[in-house]
Design a protein around this ligand. Sequence first.
Ligand SMILES: Cc1cc2nc3c(=O)[nH]c(=O)nc-3n(C[C@H](O)[C@H](O)[C@H](O)COP(=O)(O)OP(=O)(O)OC[C@H]3O[C@@H](n4cnc5c(N)ncnc54)[C@H](O)[C@@H]3O)c2cc1C
Length: 406
Amino acid sequence: MGLVLRSLKNWRLFKKDKLKSRYEVVVIGAGVHGLSTAYHLAKRGINNVAVFDKSYLGGGSSGRNTQIIRANTRLPESTKFYKEALEGYEKLSKEVNLNLLINQCGHLTLAHSEFELDVLRLRAQSNRKLGVDSRVIGKDEIKELVPYIDLSENKRFPIVGALWHPRGGNIRHDAVVWGYASVANKLGVEIYTHSEVKDIKKEGNEVRSIIVNGEEVKCNYVINATAGWCSTVAKMVDIKLPITTIPLQACVSEPLKPFMNVVLVSVRLAAYFYQTERGEFVMGAEIDPYPSYSYRSTLPTLENIATAIIELVPCLSQVKVIRQWAGICDLTPDFSPIMGEVPEVKGFLLNVGWGTYGFKTAPASGKALAELIATGKTPELIKPFSITRFYENRLMDEKASAQTAH
Ligand SMILES: Cc1cc2nc3c(=O)[nH]c(=O)nc-3n(C[C@H](O)[C@H](O)[C@H](O)COP(=O)(O)OP(=O)(O)OC[C@H]3O[C@@H](n4cnc5c(N)ncnc54)[C@H](O)[C@@H]3O)c2cc1C
């Protein structure tokens, strides 16, 4: 048993006999963001790159999320970025030569009051101005999209309208992870799973090397793409991130005959759900009420999800939940990511702050970070998301669009 465990510990997914003594770029974290970054670096010809993950490929939130993709955010800067990411996902199956089962069934955010509807109208206008399909629809159209929804008026939170985003939907998360990993590896990127980066060494204010698998490996750049653990990695270079790690839970039902082909979200009821091609309902909720690194799922969250979903689509009341799980999320105070350099340490780059909504953005984050390293210039697209916004009090408030909607 001891032998098996030891050999598992040293198991490297994309086998390389020996670590090199120096890499141009070290990526910490083999989730969608780390792997997308590594792939885009290699695509630009920078392939002296190693990705390290302390767990298995996609073992963080990239393999635990509910796979929702969309681009209907609130602020113009975010919408431009999320639009590029959505377009990236639309092309990704071809790019990585793997069917990622993208399903652009549409994303529907319900409004339960006239005030909520007004806010959604503003969002729709701002989205459309930037070329994102997004509009407010009334109850008749909602009924057409979700025939079994309860639109009666004598309930706690009656539905008055919704924000409709037809190009939103979902895409298989494990396939995305494997697609990025295999194509990056083919281009020369080395990927080491079960390899925890224990420390990062500096020389003056520059990154010099990392400590991994008992070896010191030199590098010019370190990219922190460790989501829920990103504060612990930033601490290695004495950086304190404005990030809190909080668990998020989800669950899945037994399979039913397909009858709902849309992602349905109610921020007021703090729940969202959709039916997969296999017929299961994937259901999610609000973040846990306290910071933690725990993967434990809880009964109160399951009850909250069930209460909300039965209120919206009552015919689901007898359906059995077959699995519930949790992942951890790296939340910033403004619910927007942090990408790019940190002024305090040269060569240390961030691709973090993805909170509960980061799976959908990997095609754009990786491309932008690779451009930054290749050209030495921060791309316009990610400038608003630098860490300095917290030093300069110019937050990118996306709470209303990111909180429960994913
Ligand atoms: C239940 C749930 C539902 C979600 N639903 C959605 C959704 O529908 N749509 C959406 O867009 N987003 C969603 N999210 C958020 C999304 O999953 C994350 O934002 C995204 O996956 C983050 O990807 P990542 O690559 O940054 O991090 P991760 O996938 O978490 O990868 C980070 C990796 O870093 C590794 N690591 C940590 N420390 C070290 C170290 N010292 N050395 C080496 N490796 C290390 C970890 O093992 C991990 O594999 C959801 C999240 C959860 C938990």
